[in-house]
Design a binder for this molecule. Structure first.
Ligand code: A3P
Length: 329
């Protein structure tokens, strides 16, 4: 597969002026998030969508045509999306891209595997197959063609205690860089518990993909950040098998799995010049903001015991009954 990068000049498909106006009118009727916490969200199809991407999400839903060989990487933000993009890109392209010349050395993983909703529907037809795409959209709101085609979904999930802390750091750092007022962890935490966080409620997001992965295991692979931290080799094998490209004995003996794991590790990616400065094209996010500590259990350094109890009760009530559990340390 050729290194896939979307041109910011990509033609806009199907977003004629009148459709865009109709979408804007629809958006104006949707409930708006009441918290002070940025970014501002609208409640669309029962999830809180950042207004900055909502029009693109609707356009994507209406016009995107999945191909059977597509691989769509999905997550609730701050669950390990950047890591997953680097890993899957490396697995899928390993037959023709050596680690010494992987595009990950010169491009951020978010440039190598694009998010669909961060620009008006780009022209994806020119991309080599299998196309690797990413989104944060909840399962129920995915375009029908993703659900009905034979394309595959890889979902990464992370324990909510750590994602609350991670998302707070990320959003506050982004606000500071834009000279915008910041907000406290307590405010952020309350919003998360109310479900008012980007693409939330987080429990709906996780459960949508969790249930689908149980019903259609060859369609949806459900991964946990904590499992990747614990056994990256085993999880890489699982990923490679899922996309139909299992590691050969020769590759295993030759250390290919370890090479990919090292290339995609937090330390390697964080230290690369390309990820140390500059913003992602067309977005207000610094590339370095995607790489922080990457630890399981960092929540304990930030959340009070009462906050942890509150979040644990939400998980007990909303998630655990469906058989989904997390390691939190
Ligand atoms: P922390 O803020 O807890 O450090 P996302 O990629 O979904 O935005 O998630 C970001 C989180 O994943 C951050 O967590 C970040 O440090 C961590 N992360 C980014 N790249 C990683 C990698 N290669 N390995 C492990 N964790 C990584």
């Amino acid at each position: 597969m050729a290194h896939q990068q979307l041109s910011s000049q990509s033609p806009i498909v199907g977003t004629e002026e009148h459709e865009r106006e109709a979408i804007d009118e629809l958006i104006a009727t949707l409930p708006i998030s009441k918290g002070l916490v940025r970014p501002v969200h609208r409640l669309y199809q029962n999830f809180w969508c950042p207004i900055t991407v909502l029009a693109n999400v609707i356009t994507f839903q209406r016009h995107f045509k999945a191909k059977d060989k597509d691989i769509v990487l999905i997550s609730h933000p701050k669950s390990g999306t950047t890591w997953l993009k680097a890993l899957v890109f490396s697995i899928v392209n390993r037959s023709h891209l050596d680690i010494s010349n992987t595009p990950l050395l010169t491009s951020n993983p978010h440039e190598v595997v694009p998010f669909i909703e961060y620009k008006p529907l780009p022209d994806l037809d020119g991309l080599a197959e299998p196309r690797l795409l990413a989104t944060h959209i909840p399962y129920l709101s995915l375009p029908e063609s993703i659900k009905r085609s034979d394309c595959q979904i890889i979902y990464i999930c992370r324990n909510p205690l750590d994602t609350v802390v991670s998302s707070w750091h990320f959003l506050v750092e982004t606000a500071q860089l834009m000279d915008e007022p910041v907000w406290s962890l307590e405010e952020h935490f309350e919003n998360c518990c109310q479900g008012e966080i980007f693409f939330g409620p987080f429990w709906e997001h996780m459960l949508g993909y969790w249930k689908e992965s149980l019903e259609r295991p060859s369609k949806v692979l459900f991964l946990k950040y904590e499992d990747l931290k614990e056994d990256i080799g085993g999880q890489l094998k699982k990923l490679a098998e899922f996309v139909g490209l299992p590691f050969t004995e020769e590759e295993e003996e030759g250390g290919v799995i370890e090479e990919i794991a090292k290339m995609c590790s937090l330390k390697t990616l964080k230290d690369l010049e390309v990820n140390r400065s500059g913003k992602l094209p067309g977005r207000n996010f610094e590339k370095r903001s995607f790489f922080r500590k990457g630890e399981v259990g960092d929540w304990a350094n930030h959340l009070t015991p009462a906050m942890a109890d509150q979040l644990n009760s939400i998980m007990q009530e909303k998630i655990t009954p469906f058989g989904l559990e997390f390691k939190t340390r």
